[in-house]
Design a protein around this ligand. Sequence first.
Ligand SMILES: CCCCC/C=C\C/C=C\C/C=C\C/C=C\CCCC(=O)SCCNC(=O)CCNC(=O)[C@H](O)C(C)(C)COP(=O)(O)OP(=O)(O)OC[C@H]1O[C@@H](n2cnc3c(N)ncnc32)[C@H](O)[C@@H]1OP(=O)(O)O
Length: 166
Amino acid sequence: MKHKVLKKQNVGRRCIVCGTDNDLGLKTSFYELENGELLAVCNTKDWHQSYPGRVHGGISAALLDETIGRAISINDETIWGVTVSLEIKYKKPVPTDQQIKIVGRITKENRKLFEGSGEIILENGDIAATATGKYMKMPISQITDEELEGDEWINTEDELPDYIEF
Ligand SMILES: CCCCC/C=C\C/C=C\C/C=C\C/C=C\CCCC(=O)SCCNC(=O)CCNC(=O)[C@H](O)C(C)(C)COP(=O)(O)OP(=O)(O)OC[C@H]1O[C@@H](n2cnc3c(N)ncnc32)[C@H](O)[C@@H]1OP(=O)(O)O
């Protein structure tokens, strides 16, 4: 199914999941979709493996964690959160050297906390892992000493695809 893309989110320059300046990172891109969900696109590499050919479960967890955690900013980009709990169900192996997609959404929100769910979708459409996560809202100034206006939270200014299919 085709999904209309509205916006590409910024990246944390040195973030292990999204950072463009992290040689060891996953270099994942995050797109806000018209249906209110967040889509992540990640090209898995050989060095993300646990068993040969199979992405490490901790890597899958990190991808799901960040995708759900970022979904809160679709409606309000001033809300930041830290993960307080995360549950992953691993249903199928995630292969290395494949473009995978991760979808996340918010399912519950109150003044202090928000919750969401997400899944990893393989190239053949299979759902390889699902997750639910809970996050505590926190001002960015309490999470990091870096300033938002500095060079850590950057717009990569790539061309935005009109639609992404998954
Ligand atoms: C500026 C430039 C940088 C820009 C960003 C760059 C890069 C980042 C890239 C992208 C970022 C965008 C989005 C990403 C989002 C997510 C991705 C991953 C995020 C992480 O990778 S983040 C690392 C892992 N994560 C942590 O590092 C948290 C460690 N942890 C703590 O820091 C504390 O644990 C804390 C603060 C959470 C709580 O500490 P605390 O002392 O405030 O806790 P306290 O016990 O007082 O609880 C206060 C009230 O919360 C309730 N409460 C507490 N825990 C609860 C739970 N689990 N469930 C339900 N309720 C809970 C209590 O029940 C009480 O409620 P009440 O007040 O009503 O009684």
